[in-house]
Design a protein around this ligand. Structure first.
Ligand SMILES: Nc1ncnc2c1ncn2[C@@H]1O[C@H](COP(=O)(O)OP(=O)(O)OP(=O)(O)O)[C@@H](O)[C@H]1O
Length: 671
C-alpha cells in the first residue's frame, strides 16, 4: 500500500536517520497531506449517506460513491501514479477531536482523513455498528476494506484469540498477513480490548515494529481482520529450525532490532508486555519486527493507575510481576529482552518454569533472591509468600560463563532482580555488546531460510509424529529431531478449571529434560480475549485432538484502565500462585484449582494449594505434590495401564527428580 512514510530502507538501521525522516514527515503532515490506499477508497458502501454531512450541490449525484464522500473531505491529487488526498481547509465542517485521543500526534498513513469519529460517519464509511458502538476511537480516520478484496491463501498462525492467514491483496498483488480476530457474540468487552490493540498499533511507527496496514471487515461473518505485512519467520521458529545456527553477529543483529523496536514503543509510552520469540517476526530480508500487541498497554512516567501483574508469557516474566507488582514500567520488557538474549546464546530457554511458583524459584536460583532492602522497600503483594527463608546467591556469570564477555555483561544487567538496574532499551543499545566486534551483521546478509515459524515447527512435528510407524511409538521415545525437540507441539499435564471454566494449565513436554539437557517446549501462558496472560498455557488435548481455546481471565481493561473482575465464565484459580497471593479488593476470589486431563474426565482439586504465609520452600514442595497428585488422578481416570509415569491419554508421563527437586515431564506417545 502506498504510504507517505515509507522509507528508502525498510530496515531502519539508522534510527536517527529515521527520526529525521519522522520530522520531515510531521512537516508534510502539517500540511495535511495523507496517502490513501486506493482500495480503501473503494469500500464506501453504496447507499450509505451520512446525514450529518452537508453535500455540496455539485457532488449530489455522486453522494453514494466513494469519491462523493471523499470530495467532502479532501481533494485528490495524482502524483507519480499514487493518489494522495489533500484535506480541505476546514471550511464547512469543523474537525472535532476524538473524545479519546489515543496519542496519535502523527496522523495515520494509509488512511483518508475522516472529519470526526462520530458513529454515524463511521457507519457511512462502512464500519459495522458493533464496532462503531464500542470502538469508534480505534477506527476513527480509517476506512474499512472488504474481505472480498483479499484472496486467502493459507493459515500461517494460530493465536489465543486469533487465526492468522497469508493472503493476497487483490488490488496490489501484495502478500499480507491477515489476523482474524474472534469475538464471542460480539462481546463489547472483547471488542474494546481489540480496539486497544489497534489504538496502540496506530501509535507506533518504526521499522522494527509491525505496522498495521489496514482493517478489514466481513459483513457476512461479522469478523474483523487486522492486516499486516507478511513476515516469513519468527525468532522462535528460526531458533527451533534444525538448519539454523545463529552466529554472534546475527544474534547482535536481531537483538539490536528488538531493542530499537522497544526503544520506540517505550518512547511512545507503550509497554509491550509479551516479548518472546514467537512475537518477534522476521521477514525474508532478515528484518525483525515486534508483533502481537494484544497485551500491550500505554503508560505514563508518573502513572497512578494500577496495571495488572498477570502479563507476559511465564518464561519471560519479570520477578516484580510474579511478586504481584501493579506499578511497573519499561523494565518488564527489558527483562524479557534479557531472557531472549541469553536464550539465543544458550540455544534454549533459560528459565522454563511451568507455574508461577516454579518460575519464581528458577529466577531466584539464577539471579539470586532480592536483598532485604528490596523486600522492605518494594512492598510487593506476594513478597511474604515468596520470600525465601535463606537468600539465594546470584550465579548469572557462572551459569553463562561461555557467553562472549560483552554479551554476558548485558545479560547480567538485563536480568537484574531490581527493575531500575536493568536500564533502558537505549542504554542497552549503547552497551559494549553492540559496539565491539563482531558487530551486528546487516540483515540483508542473513541467510535465506525456508518459512520458519513456531507454527511451522508444530506442523513439522505433527507430521513427523504421524509418519512414525506405530512400532516405534511409545512412552519415553527420545528419538526426536531438533525441530521436534524445540518446537512447541506436545501438550502434557494440564490443570484446568472445571465445568464452564475456561482456564487451563498445560505443562509442555521437554524431551531434553529427560536426557539431561533442559529444553522445555512452550512457555505456559493463558491469554484471554481480553488480552491478559495467566501463568498457564492455552493448549490442551481433548478427545478430538488439540483444541486451542480462548481462556477466561479475571482481568479486563476498559478505556485504557485496567482492573480485575470476576470473569463471566466463573474463573477458577490458575497456577499455584493465584491461591496464595494477597487479594486486592477488586480481584475475584479464587476458590478452586482444578486438574486437567482429557476434557471429559476433568478432575477437581479444591482448596488453596498453599496456605497463605507459607514459605517459598513449602510452596515448592506443595507445588510438586499437587502435580504428582494431578498426574496420578489423570492416570486413574483415563484408565491407563501403562508402566509407571504414564498419565494415560493426557499425553504425559511425569517423574519426580529428587536431585533437582523438580518434576520431569515426558510425552506419552503411546496415546
Ligand atoms: N505479520 C505476520 N506475518 C506472518 N505471520 C504472522 C504475522 N503476524 C502474526 N503471524 C503469525 O501468527 C501467530 C499469531 O499471531 P499473534 O501472536 O499476533 O496472535 P495472538 O492471537 O495474539 O497470538 P498469541 O496468543 O500467541 O499471542 C504468530 O505467532 C505468527 O506466527
Amino acid at each position: 500500500m502506498g504510504c507517505i512514510c515509507s522509507k528508502g530502507s525498510s530496515e531502519g538501521d539508522n534510527v536517527s536517520e529515521h527520526d529525521k525522516d519522522k520530522d520531515k514527515e510531521k512537516e508534510v503532515y502539517k500540511s495535511s497531506v495523507h496517502m490513501v490506499a486506493p482500495l480503501q477508497r473503494e469500500e464506501i458502501k453504496v447507499g450509505l449517506v451520512n446525514p450529518k454531512i452537508e453535500i455540496p450541490m455539485k457532488s449530489k449525484s455522486k453522494r453514494t460513491s466513494e469519491s462523493g464522500l471523499l470530495s467532502l473531505l479532501a481533494t485528490k491529487v495524482e502524483d507519480d501514479g499514487k493518489t494522495r488526498i489533500i484535506e480541505r481547509p476546514k471550511e464547512g465542517h469543523h474537525k472535532r477531536r476524538s473524545t479519546f485521543d489515543f496519542g496519535m500526534q502523527q496522523p495515520m498513513s494509509r488512511v483518508v482523513s475522516m472529519p470526526n469519529g462520530a458513529r454515524g460517519e463511521l457507519e457511512v464509511a462502512g464500519w459495522p455498528s458493533w464496532l462503531t458502538s464500542v470502538a469508534a476511537e480505534a477506527i476513527q480516520g480509517w476506512l474499512p476494506r472488504s474481505v472480498e478484496s483479499f484472496e486467502k491463501l493459507n493459515k500461517i498462525g494460530q493465536g489465543t484469540y486469533s487465526s492468522v492467514y497469508k493472503a493476497r491483496d487483490l488490488k496490489t498483488n501484495k502478500i499480507v498477513a491477515m489476523k482474524k480476530v474472534r469475538f464471542v457474540n460480539m462481546d463489547p468487552e472483547s471488542v474494546r480490548f481489540m480496539a486497544r490493540e489497534i489504538c496502540i498499533l496506530r501509535k507506533l511507527d518504526h521499522p522494527n515494529v509491525m505496522k498495521l496496514e489496514a482493517l478489514v471487515t466481513s459483513r457476512i461473518s461479522g469478523s474483523l481482520y487486522l492486516v499486516f505485512e507478511y513476515m516469513e519467520h519468527d525468532l522462535s521458529g528460526l531458533a527451533a529450525a534444525p538448519w539454523v545456527k545463529f552466529t554472534e553477529s546475527q544474534i547482535k543483529c536481531y537483538m539490536q532490532k528488538l531493542l530499537r523496536g522497544l526503544e520506540h514503543c517505550h518512547s511512545r509510552g507503550v509497554l509491550h508486555r509479551d516479548i518472546k520469540g514467537s512475537n518477534l517476526l522476521i521477514d525474508d530480508n532478515g528484518v525483525l519486527k515486534i508483533g502481537d500487541f494484544g497485551l500491550a498497554t500505554t503508560f505514563e512516567p508518573n502513572q497512578t493507575q494500577p496495571l495488572t501483574s498477570r502479563v507476559v508469557t511465564l518464561w519471560y516474566r519479570a520477578p516484580e510481576l510474579l511478586l504481584g507488582a501493579t506499578e511497573y514500567g519499561v523494565a518488564i520488557d527489558m527483562w524479557s529482552a534479557g531472557c531472549i538474549l541469553a536464550e539465543l546464546f544458550a540455544g534454549k530457554p533459560i528459565m522454563p518454569g511451568r507455574t508461577e511458583v516454579e518460575q519464581m524459584h528458577k529466577i531466584f536460583k539464577l539471579c539470586g533472591s532480592p536483598s532485604e532492602e528490596y523486600w522492605k522497600k518494594s512492598k510487593l503483594p506476594h513478597a511474604t509468600s515468596f520470600k525465601p527463608q535463606h537468600p539465594y546467591k546470584r550465579c548469572v556469570t557462572d551459569t553463562f560463563k561461555d557467553f562472549p564477555p560483552s554479551a554476558l555483561a548485558l545479560v547480567d544487567i538485563l536480568l537484574s532482580i531490581e527493575p531500575e538496574k536493568r536500564g533502558t532499551a537505549s542504554s542497552a543499545l549503547n552497551s559494549e555488546f553492540f559496539n565491539t566486534k563482531p558487530l551486528p551483521c546487516d540483515p540483508s546478509s542473513l541467510p535465506k531460510y525456508p518459512p520458519s515459524k513456531e507454527y511451522d515447527a508444530k506442523i513439522r512435528e505433527e507430521e513427523a509424529r504421524r509418519q512414525k510407524p506405530e512400532s516405534v511409538k511409545g512412552c519415553g521415545d527420545e528419538s526426536l529431531s531438533k525441530s521436534s525437540r524445540q518446537s512447541k507441539g506436545c501438550t502434557t499435564t494440564s490443570i484446568v478449571g472445571q465445568g464452564q471454566s475456561n482456564i487451563s494449565i498445560s505443562v509442555k513436554y521437554n524431551p531434553l529434560e529427560e536426557s539431561g539437557t533442559r529444553l522445555p517446549i512452550e512457555p505456559p501462558r493463558v491469554k484471554n480475549r481480553n488480552g491478559f496472560t495467566h501463568s498457564t498455557s492455552v493448549i490442551h488435548p481433548n478427545a478430538a485432538g488439540y483444541d486451542r481455546k480462548v481462556k477466561e481471565d479475571s482481568c479486563v481493561s476498559q478505556n485504557g484502565r485496567e482492573f480485575l473482575r470476576q470473569g463471566s465464565h466463573k474463573s477458577r484459580a490458575v497456577g499455584y500462585f493465584s491461591s496464595v497471593h494477597s487479594k486486592r479488593d477488586d480481584e475475584p476470589s479464587y476458590g478452586d484449582s482444578t486438574v486437567y486431563v482429557p476434557k471429559k474426565s476433568r478432575l477437581l482439586c479444591s482448596g488453596p494449594l498453599v496456605p497463605p504465609g507459607g514459605s517459598m520452600e513449602d510452596m515448592l514442595k506443595e507445588h510438586e505434590r499437587q502435580i504428582q497428585e494431578a498426574v496420578r488422578k489423570a492416570r486413574e481416570s483415563s484408565g491407563c495401564k501403562c508402566s509407571s509415569g504414564c498419565s494415560g491419554n493426557s499425553l504425559v508421563r511425569i517423574s519426580f527428580n529428587a536431585d533437582c527437586g523438580e518434576n520431569q515431564v515426558a510425552p506419552n506417545l503411546q496415546h
